[in-house]
Design a protein around this ligand. Structure first.
Ligand code: HSE
Length: 309
């Protein structure tokens, strides 16, 4: 028997919500998990890059693979160990661009294996296992639930999620440069400690973000999408980001410009009235410094991971 799960791309942080805010976008990875019948056949992992855009050679195909590790934790949760497993991953989400590709495949493997095992784990357990493998919940939560999600990860490993009522006409222009930036490198430039002043700055902006979503308040959203915890340190890793942000500051319809997750993609949140103009502005900044990019305007996807036939 085999089961496939389709999981969306996600954008974490959204400026002020470092490691706790994220949203889902309609770009998908698919993970198929099969318990093979041949005893002793071991673990087989296949990866197909559907858009031929990723550097997938270095992804482990053994028990060090993150999808396998997540599935192993699920088996352990029910007191078992996976023996013969075939995992097939079809990727459409670009790898190492800040679009939650790892959260997507971890979630896909878990949801598919959980289905295969007769759904022993509920959403809370899946969130907790996936977050343990990923290291932060902000991509995992929208990958599982869809929409815009505020997530908390406690020291006991439990993850609490709150889905926010995102206004339907607020869209995301996602600008994906043609180079990779690993989350590991992007986290390595962050300070181990921050000032009380900067922590308080993000605290109030994250609170404003939630209020802006609930009240559909564009002016409050513009004010909220600011950050002092990660973007200032990561700017140097994403050439052109500060110019893009400056150019877009006074563009009608733009609510904010943020680094997508750990980067290098840039996400522009807007009310949908000036999509082409935003695309032209980003293209021209990056063209001037020879950065090739794919740029799309997408709605926020309200549906999370699902089992497919
Ligand atoms: N919150 C994480 C970070 C997202 O910024 O490092 C990484 O995908």
């Amino acid at each position: 028997m085999k089961v496939s799960a389709q999981v969306p791309a996600t954008i974490a942080n959204l400026g002020c919500g470092f490691d706790c805010l994220g949203l889902a976008l309609p770009i998908y990875n698919t993970v198929t998990v099969e318990e093979t019948v041949l005893p002793g056949s071991g673990i087989e992992i296949n990866i197909i890059d559907e858009n031929n855009q990723n550097n997938i050679e270095n992804i482990p195909r053994d028990k060090n693979n993150i999808v396998y590790k997540a599935i192993e934790l699920l088996y352990n949760y029910i007191g078992q160990t996976p023996n013969e497993l075939k995992i097939s991953i079809k990727t459409q989400i670009p790898v190492a661009r800040g679009l939650g590709s790892s959260a997507s495949v971890i979630t896909g493997g878990l949801i598919a294996a959980n289905e295969l095992l007769g759904r022993p784990a509920d959403t809370a357990v899946l969130l907790s296992i996936a977050t343990e493998i990923e290291g932060h919940p902000d991509n995992i939560a929208p990958a599982i639930l869809g929409g815009v999600v505020l997530s908390d990860w406690e020291e006991d490993g439990s993850v609490t999620v709150n889905k926010l009522p995102w206004p339907e006409d607020w869209v995301v222009t996602i600008c994906i440069p043609d180079y990779e930036l690993s989350t590991e490198i992007s986290r390595s430039v962050l300070p181990k400690e921050v000032s009380l002043k900067d922590a308080a700055y993000n605290l109030r902006h994250a609170a404003m973000f939630v209020q802006a979503v609930y009240t559909k308040d564009e002016e409050l959203m513009k004010l909220s999408l600011k950050d002092k915890l990660h973007q200032p340190y990561r700017m140097k890793l994403v050439p052109g980001l500060s110019d893009i942000a400056n150019e877009l500051k006074h563009t009608e319809g733009v609510l904010g410009c943020v680094l997508a997750g750990a980067g290098p993609s840039v996400a522009i949140i807007q009310n949908g009235t000036k999509n082409n103009l935003v695309k032209e502005i980003v293209s021209s900044v990056w063209e001037n410094i020879d950065v090739n990019a794919q740029i799309y305007t997408l709605p926020v996807l309200n549906e999370g991971a699902k089992i497919i036939k």
